[in-house]
Design a protein around this ligand. Sequence first.
Ligand SMILES: Cc1cc2nc3c(=O)[nH]c(=O)nc-3n(C[C@H](O)[C@H](O)[C@H](O)COP(=O)(O)OP(=O)(O)OC[C@H]3O[C@@H](n4cnc5c(N)ncnc54)[C@H](O)[C@@H]3O)c2cc1C
Length: 615
Amino acid sequence: MESVPLHPLARQRTVRLPSNVGIGPRYVPPRTCRKDVLWAGLTLPLVAGLATTSRAKQKLSRRVQRAQRAQRVQLYAGPSAQEYDVIVIGAGLGGLACAAALGKAGRKVLVVEAHSVCGGCAHSFTRKAPGGGEYIFDSGPSILTDMGPRNPLRLVLDYVGASEYVEWIHYDGWGMRTPEGPWRLEVGKDSFRNDVLPRYDVPPEEFDEVVKASRPLAEVGRQIPGLVLRDDEWQLLPLILKFPGGLVPAIRDAPKLSEPFSVVLDQLEEEGKMKKGSWLRAWLDALAFSLSGLDCTGTTCAAMAFTMEELHWKGSRGLAYPKGGMGSVVDALVKAVEKHGGEVCTKLRVDEVLLEGSSAVGIRCSKGEVRAREAVVCNAPIWDAAKLLPKDAVGLEEMKQDWQDTPMTRSYLHLHMGLDAEGLDLSKLEPHYTSMLGWEDVTAEQNMVAISNPALLDPSLCPPGKLVLHLYGAGNEPFDIWENLKGDDYEAMKAQRAQRLWQALEDVIPDARARAEVAMVGSPLTHRRFLRRTAGTYGPSPLFGRFGPGKVPFRTAGDALPAMRGEHGVDHLLLCGDSTFPGIGVPAAVVSGLSAAHTTMNVWDHLELLSRAGY
Ligand SMILES: Cc1cc2nc3c(=O)[nH]c(=O)nc-3n(C[C@H](O)[C@H](O)[C@H](O)COP(=O)(O)OP(=O)(O)OC[C@H]3O[C@@H](n4cnc5c(N)ncnc54)[C@H](O)[C@@H]3O)c2cc1C
């Protein structure tokens, strides 16, 4: 049975009242028992259990549900104060990283999230397993590279004090399902170079040339850690004082990092170091596509060089998955926000950014107006950010239009599954697969499907003897074919389009349909609704050569500021999230959050934060 996933309340819905006041929702990580919810959560079901007739039980159970709903509404009543130093709109990874860094710098922060759970694209949700227990699903990301000390996500988690809450499980490769048959992509250089490439008639030396060209780029990226980012005239100071080795590369090489990776590959072809039409290029396009939703012409050298390094250079531990699912990273960031005294309100949509003159001074939501003394940071995707600016604001039309016109990548098709694994030989399965129908156009609709099988790494994600799977058409689902569908037409389209996902799964587990206990197809409309993404998009397409400094291809944190927009800018309004530099992906989103946080504070506070983090 297929259904649109309801928005997951189960895992992260527990809320508590702030300790200092009598009202106010605060997000609390899962499995936390609060006295405030005990009344609805325990007492009423207990009373319900005493009812003797089934009719009485039904009536009482309805009353229980109503009371629980009412309780929730009350609990989600609003922020605990009317004024904060900084308000962050959206509890995606970018917004949470931003809030945690600001809290660490001593700011009083409020994060306002429209949904009932935090995490945006990266939230986890649960469904009951028929035989008891629950399946924990990742709604989006599942692939992260090595969490070694130089990994940007790890750096950010350390920086904001969230690392202690995440436990990483490492693994070393994933399964490929291709028209030529199955093979394994192993972390490290040798297996790919010596075993995979010959299968596709690619001389290993071609790969050596790609490594040679991208390795220095990866090194430059490493020398300029995301922790230094800020988007104002002080941006070089943290680099000079804390990471002096990065200064020359930053000035000399940063523009190269912002070019599309296809430029590197074109040059190798021109120099005869890579054959035109080589399968290696198709492979790199596929890798790029899985990162950014675009092939190498739309993916930056920085992203590709970083990923190649993480996958293939010696010394990498490969891939990492957070114990408890991707929601654990979200939980960790929320805990870091709260640890530093910040508040996270869920189920509260921001309707408008309040402006006074040309300054952002707060937000308007259903609970009224909340003021921000220092800044408002918007983590909503850029198309939605445009809608949050007041309709009647004079002089902002151009910026709003510019934001709305940001080109976007396509959407997703999902299949979330809980599956009975009895009798399956788990030792023959991989924690992740990529299924490809062909190599001619790796970005073609329904061509590439990702299959995440994380319970192989973390069995606690489902009851014993089960598996939890997430299949997705990776950024290759058009929105327009779904846009106006409703009712039976919508269901029929879901059934039809999901065939490709089922087939990809059956290639790995032939009797998967018979084993399915829970199966939910999510469409681009699901994406739009639950991830609050315009047209269900994966994220923005880069605009190469457009944004300064160094002409990064994404908007930067200060895109709205007068320094960028002149008299038609908005002071004290910052942006973060994957609509901004460095772009799409979990590590990039958290780095963008730091950039916004640092830009709201003076450079000395930023330097102090770096010192406290040991730099
Ligand atoms: C299916 C899928 C698979 C992916 N796989 C990977 C992967 O394997 N590895 C990887 O590194 N990356 C992956 N990504 C990308 C990565 O997950 C995202 O780039 C990242 O999570 C985006 O974070 P963000 O901060 O931009 O926030 P978002 O996730 O966009 O969150 C923004 C938040 O703002 C909230 N919001 C919006 N408007 C309002 C409003 N008006 N009021 C209040 N709140 C509002 C939203 O509800 C949302 O919670 C994947 C993404 C998807 C969708």
